[in-house]
Ligand binder design. Structure first.
Ligand code: EPU
Length: 337
C-alpha cells in the first residue's frame, strides 16, 4: 500500500491553510479499504476522508491517516421514460461532472455549476445554489465502511438530507467513504431561473433558454461574486444562513426593516447571513491574515499565511458580533479537523 508520510496538504485545501498529514493515501480502488482495515498499525490511527478540500478547516499537524478519494469514472447506468440514471465516482470533479451531463443533453444539475469539490463530497453537505440542492437529483449512493470496508447503498431518504446537511455530517459522520453517487436526471426537468441574479444574467446573455444557458449564467454570477480559490484562499460560504423562529425574525426586523429573510417552514425564517455579517461591519474587514470577503460578506478569505487558529479567531469574532447586534447564532459551515 503506497502510504506517504508527512504529506503536505497546503495545496489540497482551498483555504490554503498550512497542514501536514502524518499518513496519506490516494485511494484509487475501494478494495484498498479492505487491506487498510487489516493493518493494525493504520487501524490504530484516526482516519479522515479527503475530497476536494473545499469545505475544510485544517490544523497544521494532522496525526491521522488521510485517505484522498481518487476514484474515477462516470457512466449512464440506464434510461427509462422518466429519467436518465447517471453514476459518477466519488473522486470526480463536481463541476466537470455537471458540464459532462449537460453536454450529453441531460439537464438538472445546471444550477450547481462551478461549485468546487468532488462528486463524493457533494451529498455530505447537500451542496446547493440558485434554488437547487444536490438532494433534488440524487437517487442513491454507495459508501464504504471505514470500519471494515464493506459497501452499503444509501437511498436518498436514508441520507437524511436537509439544508447543508445529511446523515454523513450527523449520525454517520466519520464512518463512510462515498465511492459512487447515482443521479436521477428527469427528462421533464424544469429550468429554474427565479433565484436572484440568474434571470437577469440570462437576459443579458441573450441565449435561447436551455439548461446550458442557465449553467453559463450561474458561472458568470459565481465568477463575479465569489473569489476563485486558485487566486485567494476560501471555502465558499463560511456560515450557514441561520434558520430562526418567526418571533426572533420579527425582533430583528423591527430594528432593521431592510433585513433579508425567506420563509423556511412553519413559523420559521432563514436569514441572509451575508446581510447580518455585512451589517455587523465585517464585509471586507480583516482580523490578522484572514477576513470576510469584500464582495460577499459570507465568504471567509485567507489573505495569505493564515492558520486554523486565525480562522478560529475570526469565526469567533464574527459570531460574537452578530450575536450581540442581532441575538442570532451563526453556525460555521465547513468541517474542522
Ligand atoms: N447579502 C448582503 N451582503 C453580503 C452578502 C449577501 O446583504 O455581503 C444579501 C444579498 O443582498 C442577498 C442575500 O444576502 O439579498 C443572499 O445573498 P446571495 O444570493 O449571495 O446568497 P447567500 O445566501 O449569501 C447562498 C449559499 C451559496 C449559494 C448562494 C446562491 C449558503 C450558506 N450559501 O449564499 O452557497 O451560492 O446562496 O444560491 O446557503 C456555499 O455554500 O459555499 C455557497 C457559495
Amino acid at each position: 500500500m503506497p502510504i506517504q508520510y508527512n504529506f503536505d496538504l497546503k495545496n489540497a485545501n482551498t483555504l490554503g491553510l498550512p497542514a501536514v498529514a502524518s499518513h496519506f493515501l490516494p485511494l484509487t480502488d475501494p478494495a484498498q479499504l479492505f487491506e487498510l482495515c487489516q493493518n493494525p498499525g493504520l487501524k490504530a490511527l484516526p482516519w479522515r476522508v479527503l475530497g476536494g478540500g473545499s469545505n475544510l478547516v485544517l490544523p497544521e499537524q494532522i496525526n491521522a491517516l488521510v485517505i484522498a478519494v481518487a476514484l474515477k469514472g462516470r457512466r449512464l447506468l440506464r434510461e427509462d421514460d422518466e429519467a436518465w440514471y447517471v453514476a459518477a465516482a466519488g473522486g470526480e470533479s463536481w463541476h466537470e461532472f455537471v458540464a459532462w451531463t449537460l453536454a450529453q443533453g441531460w439537464a438538472g444539475l445546471e444550477n450547481l455549476s462551478l461549485i468546487p469539490g468532488t462528486v463524493g463530497a457533494a451529498p455530505v453537505q447537500n451542496i446547493g445554489a440558485y434554488g437547487v440542492e444536490v438532494k433534488d437529483c440524487l437517487y442513491e449512493l454507495t459508501a464504504y465502511s471505514l470500519a471494515d470496508g464493506h459497501a452499503r447503498v444509501f437511498s436518498a431518504a436514508e441520507c437524511q438530507f436537509a439544508y447543508r446537511d445529511s446523515c454523513f455530517k450527523q449520525a454517520e459522520a466519520g464512518k463512510w467513504l462515498i465511492g459512487e453517487v447515482v443521479f436521477k436526471l428527469s427528462k421533464s426537468a424544469s429550468i429554474k431561473t427565479n433565484y436572484g441574479d440568474i434571470g437577469q444574467e440570462l437576459a443579458a446573455l441573450g441565449l435561447p433558454l436551455s439548461a446550458s444557458a442557465v449553467a453559463q449564467a450561474v458561472i458568470n454570477v459565481r465568477q463575479r461574486k465569489l473569489p476563485d480559490p486558485a487566486v485567494i484562499g476560501n471555502a465558499g460560504s463560511f456560515f450557514k444562513n441561520p434558520v430562526v423562529t418567526a418571533e426572533l425574525r420579527g425582533q430583528v426586523l423591527a430594528a432593521h426593516p431592510e433585513l433579508v429573510s425567506y420563509p423556511a417552514g412553519p413559523d420559521h425564517y432563514k436569514l441572509a447571513a451575508g446581510w447580518l455579517i455585512e451589517r455587523a461591519g465585517w464585509k471586507g474587514r480583516q482580523l490578522g491574515p484572514a477576513g470576510m470577503y469584500q464582495k460577499q460578506a459570507l465568504v471567509l478569505v485567507n489573505h495569505g499565511g493564515a492558520t486554523q487558529n486565525d480562522i478560529a479567531s475570526l469565526t469567533a469574532a464574527v459570531q460574537a458580533d452578530v450575536k450581540e447586534k442581532f441575538d442570532v447564532e451563526l453556525e460555521a459551515e465547513p468541517v474542522w479537523w
